[in-house]
Design a protein around this ligand. Structure first.
Ligand SMILES: Cc1cc2nc3c(=O)[nH]c(=O)nc-3n(C[C@H](O)[C@H](O)[C@H](O)COP(=O)(O)OP(=O)(O)OC[C@H]3O[C@@H](n4cnc5c(N)ncnc54)[C@H](O)[C@@H]3O)c2cc1C
Length: 306
């Protein structure tokens, strides 16, 4: 086999796994297929020692700190397929800079390919994503604390998120963009926190360079001034590699892993946002490190038969 481990994805999870495996002197190929999920955000918050760092700068440091580890190779490469071969895997991909085809043989594969967020198809959501349109109060709540905020969505999802966001501001409005599917109990709980509800259809979000979000414009032309809008957007996997291999997914579409971060396919591991659980850059980095340790131990067991 060419490599001990092929790591697919060079975000927090993949870079962290590469660092730990490099320190184990493992032959690693880190396939860097493009920007991370938080690319449009001005800062990564809550990352110990790096609070507020630009996403690109966090990854730049991650790459820089891989340099001493000669056994780790990084290539700008999008992996397109993986098949099991013998006791390992054969992967194929294309260079993202030169379109050159690549074939990689590796004993183990770690998927660190992340997820993508599906935003409402209304003007302003994509344009303001990561600035005035925010996905998580743990990541961005502090930056907009005490300000006029909106929480977008319906039913239990919007209720839970709005109650959570009310920890950061007492001026929160739920915007349901049509029928809100809010139960009487949900309405009571929101009212108790003094959270208003607007059930008109939304036409667009309007922002500016100084104010990331300025106002929400409803279909009837009325406007609601807000400095930020939170939503729990649905997600999909950035890569279909696990699905194509037949790996098990959970009901929310995350790649299922056992307590050793192995998927239902032997030798295929996964870490970071691609797996179930809380999604944060620091947690993805920790999961990448943990996956690297269990992969190294599984390779060691194979190399040291009883
Ligand atoms: C707008 C926004 C702001 C955020 N802010 C914060 C914050 O302030 N603090 C915080 O802790 N978290 C924040 N997050 C969450 C954070 O971005 C994620 O938890 C973190 O990026 C997960 O890391 P990851 O390595 O699992 O995935 P990612 O960082 O998304 O990295 C996955 C990588 O895999 C690559 N890839 C995918 N498919 C392939 C393939 N086939 N071949 C090769 N490469 C591939 C992708 O291009 C990407 O580079 C934010 C998220 C969003 C959307």
């Amino acid at each position: 086999m060419q490599y001990d481990v092929l790591i697919i994805g060079a975000g927090s999870a993949g870079l962290s796994a590469a660092l730990t495996l490099g320190r184990c002197m493992r032959r690693v190929l880190l396939a860097d297929g493009g920007p991370p999920r938080n690319e449009s955000s001005p800062g990564v918050h809550g990352f110990l020692t790096r609070d507020g760092i630009r996403p690109a700068e966090l990854l730049r440091i991650g790459h820089e700190q891989l340099r001493p580890y000669d056994s780790v190779e990084v290539q700008c490469l999008e992996i397109e397929s993986i098949v099991q071969e013998g006791r390992g895997f054969r992967a194929t991909g294309v260079g993202t800079a030169d379109d050159a085809p690549h074939t990689i043989l590796a004993r183990r594969v770690l998927l660190a390919t992340g997820v993508a967020d599906i935003l409402p198809p209304l003007p302003g959501f994509r344009e303001l994503w990561g600035r005035g349109v925010l996905h998580c109060p743990y990541c961005h709540g502090w930056e907009v604390r005490g300000q006029p905020l909106a929480v977008y969505g319906q039913g239990r999802t919007v209720t839970g998120l709005a109650l959570l966001v009310s920890r950061w501001s007492s001026n929160v409005v739920v915007v349901t963009d049509g029928a809100g599917y809010l139960t009487p109990n949900a309405r009571r709980r929101l009212r108790h926190q003094k959270i208003q509800i607007r059930e008109e259809r939304v036409a667009r979000l309007v922002g500016s360079a100084e104010h990331d979000l300025q106002y929400i414009e409803f279909a009837d032309g009325s406007q609601l001034q807000r400095n930020a809008l939170f939503l729990h957007a649905p997600q999909h996997q950035r890569s279909a590699l696990a699905e194509k291999l037949g790996a098990r997914h959970n009901s929310k579409g995350a790649v299922w892993v056992d307590s050793a971060m192995e998927t239902s396919i032997r030798g295929l591991y996964a870490a970071g946002d691609t797996t179930p659980g809380t999604q944060q850059a620091l947690l993805a980095a920790a999961a990448g490190s943990k996956a690297a340790i269990v992969i190294n131990e599984s390779l060691t067991r194979e190399e040291c038969p009883r």
